[in-house]
Design a protein around this ligand. Structure first.
Ligand code: AR6
Length: 215
């Protein structure tokens, strides 16, 4: 089990020079955001955080990849709850309990299959996966949300394109939130990007500075 306190924010990756200022800077530097984003390499099922996201399919009844790992670790009661949900459309998300996992809740989202319709629709659907998952975390007052790299495994979405979408949606979520300052609205403490392979980790390390530049 990996405790929340052991998942370090990206501010520390700048301090240790793992992250370096990018050539392109798409947003302005904001020191508070560097404490609210993490990059973690490893098994998402081990994280003791308020919510983890599952890269599911429309049936919500399990499968391979991270979905298989989550169902295997959470146990049969997760499948039983999922059976009551009547599936989920591509680009949408639904929330369940986490059963035998150390996290509190699971947010199941259905990413696009890359070989499907037009580029525009795929971008819109993957964007919506991240957005709808963030919305569910806020609505349920979950302080942390850990995302795997949705659609980039079995569903074949190129990792660079998908990572730009993931980082852009999360940065825009934080931008929109700062417009509601003082309203008492619930705010997430941390968004954790979880990568499995070294290649995916290096893609995140090279693109994070474009969206969350150092101050
Ligand atoms: N922890 C973190 N990341 C993981 C783990 C894990 N335990 N296992 C795999 N990954 P994929 P998709 C990474 O294929 O492309 C299922 O059958 C993996 O290396 O899990 O959205 C569903 O039921 C990759 O980077 O999801 C659907 O049918 C990322 O998670 C379909 O696959 C996502 O890969 C969904 O395909």
């Amino acid at each position: 089990i990996i405790k929340y306190s052991d998942i370090r924010p990206i501010s520390e990756l700048y301090t240790s020079s793992v992250l370096k200022p990018g050539k392109t800077q798409r947003f302005k530097g904001d020191s508070t955001l560097l404490e609210r984003v993490s990059l973690f390499q490893g098994d998402i099922t081990k994280l003791q955080v308020d919510s983890i996201v599952n890269a599911a399919n429309k049936s919500l009844l399990g499968g391979g990849g991270v979905d298989g790992a989550i169902h295997a670790a959470a146990g049969r009661k997760l499948l039983a709850e999922c059976r009551t949900l009547n599936g989920c459309d591509t680009g949408f998300s639904k929330i369940t309990g986490a059963y035998n996992l150390p996290s509190k809740r699971i947010i199941h989202t259905v990413g696009p299959v890359y070989s499907s319709p037009s580029v525009d629709i795929k971008v819109q659907q993957l964007t919506s996966c991240y957005q709808s998952s963030l919305d569910l975390a806020v609505k349920n007052e979950l302080r942390h949300i850990a995302f795997p790299s949705i659609s980039t495994g079995i569903y074949g979405y190129p990792i660079e394109d998908a990572t730009h979408i993931a980082l852009n949606v999360v940065r825009k979520h934080f931008e929109a939130e700062s417009g509601t300052e003082g309203s008492g609205a619930f705010k997430l403490d941390r968004v954790i990007f979880v990568v499995w392979s070294d290649k995916d980790k290096s893609v995140y390390e090279s693109l994070i500075p474009e969206y969350f530049p150092p101050v």
